[in-house]
Design a protein. Structure first.
Length: 564
């Protein structure tokens, strides 16, 4: 593999970053507003939002959908050389990784970012001898606008990760960086031009922190006294290699005018691929930044806020009241506010009807019906209906109608899970490839596993116990899907068994599948089947039917009121 001249690429990298930033910038205002409304923060203005009230429409929609897609899927790896011992250890490594890396918490953040912004990113990296993941904000990842969103590894020319802020001291302590470049960077930031760039970096940090400030964080922009903060940018650039007649991914980390690190990803991670995974529940061909659920609900949420703000102000004004008065009734009389007291008497300079008149403030309570209409439009668009939220719809008079509505809403929500599961499979596959390619860099892990008898065993998982020459295949399935497939398999076996009523082998196959479906441990399965086999062979009188496993009744799954 040839070593390219990275310095000659610096101008092109800056140009790519600016172009990709302009392509993404159009979405920043929408993303920020989505986050504000989700967190019940509104900006007061004198026209439409005079009261600090927010209808939690975005939050309700997102919480409802999250409740229906919150399951963390099961991931299973198969060793391609049929080495079951390595396969068992590798699967236990994944389970340990899920716990140590807090994958289930990150999974919820990942899903929430998709619903809020319509796009979410996960970055994989090796830090301190172990593989880890990081959920990246969509603000911080700039994408080649001409790439195919469904295949970034194969079609993108470059991606840029921004928003990595470090002090000059931290750069000096990082052994991966070129320390000569770090020294030149320190000298640069001591110049007038460097001070200007440092100030620009501070402003960029302020823009990044503005979202948190709007959410009420008071100290996001306090300066770090005595330190110079530098923004690092990591560019993943595809560069053609004439020797191998193909393009390789390279990672180039730079700050200001200096390149701190540049190498092929294959040398950094021993594999040529992007260490990033992205997904969207509403993918498009020509736009890397599609709409999310919050984008659908944003404008209706703002409309409801304006309506309820006006309604709240209307009620306040009707309660407090306003009055006109006759300024010529008595030049020495100045109206004053009277505190209402029982049996109170209030002097006026003349007949009350001639001195003042109440300002008519019309009742606006009829707008509540309009607000409910707007809310139903959003529920229809996002499938976060009242029924899926757990509310009772008074218009649904029968249980069947309610079940049909819930089923239809969940079918639409399940389309989100489809794209999520594909991304989860890609993430697990990249994790497996990184693990297998960097086995010598990773520290050994002590694994614990409980036997079917309840005994706990430990084992050190060294690279030699799980590293595979051919690699691993990955399968991702949800628990609900696994149970559904198991139920269908049982129904098929039941139909087959009906054609072989006196076949003991068929009865044993069906009984084993039934016990596995009930999550009976292997030892108990063996004991049950051995007992049944013993009954079959222990002197059954002639003419008597062969004892069989009495299968419980298997319910046929219903879909929209009809058998599946």
């Amino acid at each position: 593999m040839q070593t390219p001249n990275y310095e000659s690429l610096k101008t092109q990298l800056d140009a790519n970053e600016q172009a990709d930033f302009r392509f993404q910038e159009r979405r920043h205002a929408d993303w920020t507003e989505n986050a504000q409304l989700y967190r019940d923060k509104v900006i007061i203005n004198r026209l439409t939002q005079r009261q600090s009230v927010n209808v939690p429409l975005i939050k309700g929609s997102i919480k409802t959908i999250l409740a229906n897609i919150d399951e963390f899927p099961d991931v299973e790896f198969e060793e391609l050389d049929n080495n079951k011992d390595k396969e068992i250890v590798f699967n236990e490594l994944w389970k340990d990784f899920v716990i140590r890396d807090k994958m289930e918490v990150k999974d919820m953040v990942d899903k929430k970012q998709d619903l809020l912004y319509g796009k979410t990113w996960t970055k994989l990296n090796i830090v301190g001898g172990r593989l880890c993941t990081e959920i990246k904000e969509p603000f911080d990842i700039l994408v080649d606008r001409y790439a195919d969103p469904s295949d970034l590894d194969g079609t993108a020319d470059h991606l840029t990760e921004r928003g990595i802020y470090r002090t000059l001291t931290q750069l000096s302590e990082n052994p991966s960086f070129d320390q000569a470049a770090v020294s030149r960077l320190k000298m640069f930031y001591a110049t007038q031009q460097g001070l200007v760039i440092a100030e620009e970096t501070t402003r960029q940090m302020q823009d990044k922190n503005e979202r948190l400030e709007l959410l009420g964080v008071p100290d996001m922009n306090l300066p770090q006294l005595g330190t110079t903060v530098v923004e690092l940018k990591a560019c993943f650039q595809k560069i053609w290699d004439a020797t191998d007649d193909r393009a390789y991914w390279h990672i180039i980390v730079y700050a200001g005018p200096e390149i701190l690190m540049a190498k092929p990803i294959q040398k950094a991670l021993n594999i040529d691929m992007l260490p990033l995974v992205t997904w969207s529940d509403d993918p498009e061909r020509n736009d890397h930044y599609p709409d999310g659920v919050a984008d659908i609900a944003r404008n209706p949420n703002k409309l409801l806020n304006a309506m309820i703000s006006a309604l709240a102000e209307n009620r306040i004004l009707r309660n407090m009241g306003m009055n006109f008065y006759n300024a010529k009734a008595d030049e020495n009389w100045v109206p004053q506010s009277f505190e209402p007291v029982p049996f109170g008497w209030y002097p006026l300079p003349g007949p009350p009807k001639e001195v003042f008149q109440k300002v008519d403030i019309p009742d606006m309570s009829e707008s509540l019906d309009e607000m409910q209409y707007v809310q139903k439009l959003v529920e229809s668009a996002t499938a976060a209906t009242a029924a899926t939220k757990g509310e009772t719809d008074q218009n649904k008079v029968t249980l069947g109608e309610v079940e049909l509505a819930v089923s239809a809403a969940k079918e639409r929500i399940s389309s989100i899970a489809k794209f999520y599961m594909l991304a989860q499979k890609e993430k697990a596959e990249k994790w497996a490839k990184l693990m297998n390619a960097n086995a010598d860099k990773l520290e050994a892990v002590k694994l614990y596993k409980k036997s079917h008898k309840g005994n706990m065993y430990s084992k050190m998982a060294y690279a030699s116990t799980w590293k595979s020459d051919k690699g691993y295949n990955c399968r991702v399935v949800s628990t609900a899907e696994r149970q559904k497939q198991g139920l269908k398999s049982l129904q098929k076996l039941q139909a087959v068994k009906a054609n072989f009523p006196d076949n003991p082998v068929m009865a044993k196959v069906y009984g084993k599948k039934l016990l596995e479906f009930a999550d009976v441990n292997p030892d108990d399965v063996k004991a049950v089947l051995d007992y049944e086999e013993q009954k079959m062979t222990s002197g059954v009188p002639a003419g008597m039917p062969t004892p069989q496993i009495a299968p419980p009744k298997v319910l046929t799954p219903q879909l929209n009121g009809q058998p599946a």
